[in-house]
Design a protein around this ligand. Structure first.
Ligand code: FES
Length: 210
């Protein structure tokens, strides 16, 4: 089984699985507003180790993120699939921002809150300049590259989405996901994992033939 560490917690993962699926199943603090369709950008994360154990950035990521951001190791967890045995370590953008905000409110010993503010402001500004301010243009770009279908039905499995959202919230507030996933749920996610695998195969085939 591939070894995957998300936000400092080691999690079970399957070969070929997308990072967002691993995170959701384990109630990790990560965004998945669009249900893993590459639209919302809330699943953004930074790969701290094992980038070569993931598929290369997809057309959707290339459409959304400037080269600088990709070079810094940023990925969309719904586009990044496991292709090796790991170890892979990531920090979700949601968790990174949360930790930075906590440090401003409760600075570590012998530190000033003002000093803690800099990394947070820097992070938010970069996010704004690189992506948020360009959202409409990036959206058009992403539609051009990925086709409009994924944008017409962004959340394929609402029940699963709601369940996972509660589990993530519970994990953050109490340190426990409260309840395991309901068996049988997650079919839409599995379908997206399979689709991601098919896209990877098709991209490799196109590369081979060109
Ligand atoms: S979950 Fe929305 S872009 Fe990845």
């Amino acid at each position: 089984m591939p070894k995957v560490i998300i936000n400092d917690v080691e999690m079970e993962a399957k070969p070929g699985e997308r990072l967002v699926s691993v995170a959701r199943r384990n109630a990790a603090h990560i965004g998945f507003v669009c249900g893993g369709n590459g639209v919302c950008q809330t699943c953004q994360c930074r790969v701290l180790a094992g980038a070569d154990q993931l598929n290369p950035p997809t057309a959707v990521e290339l459409a959304w993120m400037p080269e600088r951001r990709l070079a810094e190791g940023h990925r969309l967890a719904c586009q990044a699939s496991i292709r090796g045995q790991g170890p892979i370590e990531i920090l979700s953008k949601a968790e990174e921002l949360r930790r930075q905000a906590v440090h401003v409110v409760q600075p570590p010993a012998n530190e000033q809150w003002v000093d803690q503010l800099n990394p947070l402001v820097d992070n938010v500004l970069k996010l704004w300049v690189d992506q948020l301010s360009r959202y409409p243009f990036n959206l058009i770009n992403a539609v051009r590259h990925a086709g409009p279908v994924r944008f017409t039905n962004p959340s394929d499995d609402v029940a699963q989405w709601v369940d996972d959202t509660f589990r993530v919230g519970s994990m953050m507030l109490t340190g426990s996901a409260a309840a395991p996933r309901v068996p049988g749920q997650g079919r839409a996610e599995a379908a997206l994992d399979n689709a991601a695998r098919d896209v990877r195969r098709a991209e490799a085939e196109v590369k081979r033939l060109s």
